[in-house]
Design a protein around this ligand. Structure first.
Ligand SMILES: [Zn+2]
Length: 95
C-alpha cells in the first residue's frame, strides 16, 4: 500500500477516537418507533420530527434519542436535555 495512504488510515483511526471533531450541520433519518416510522431531521441548529408529540412539545423521544446517538457530533449549543456530552467527552480523552 502507498505510504501516504497508510498515514491517512492511521490519522482516520486517531480522528475516530475524537468524534467531537465532526460536527453535524444537517441530516435527516428515518426512526423506527414502536408503532410507526418517523422522520427525524437536524438543520440549521433545529431538530424536527414528524411525530405528533413533537408537534405539541417541540421535542420528543426520537430527537432526544438522536442526540444521545450522535452525542458530541451535534454542536453543543444545539444539544437539549442533560449534558451527557460532558461525560462522553471525558471518557475518551484518556485514550
Ligand atoms: Zn418524534
Amino acid at each position: 500500500m502507498h505510504s501516504s495512504m497508510i498515514g491517512k488510515i492511521a490519522k482516520a483511526k486517531q480522528y475516530a477516537q475524537e468524534p467531537e471533531r465532526m460536527q453535524f450541520t444537517a441530516f435527516e433519518a428515518t426512526f423506527q418507533g414502536e408503532n410507526d416510522i418517523h422522520t427525524v431531521s437536524f438543520k440549521e441548529g433545529a431538530w424536527h420530527c414528524t411525530c405528533r408529540f413533537f408537534a405539541d412539545w417541540g421535542t420528543c423521544c426520537h430527537t432526544m434519542a438522536g442526540e444521545r446517538i450522535l452525542g458530541v457530533s451535534i454542536p453543543a449549543e444545539h444539544r437539549q436535555g442533560e449534558p451527557l456530552s460532558l461525560n462522553y467527552a471525558g471518557t475518551h480523552k484518556g485514550l
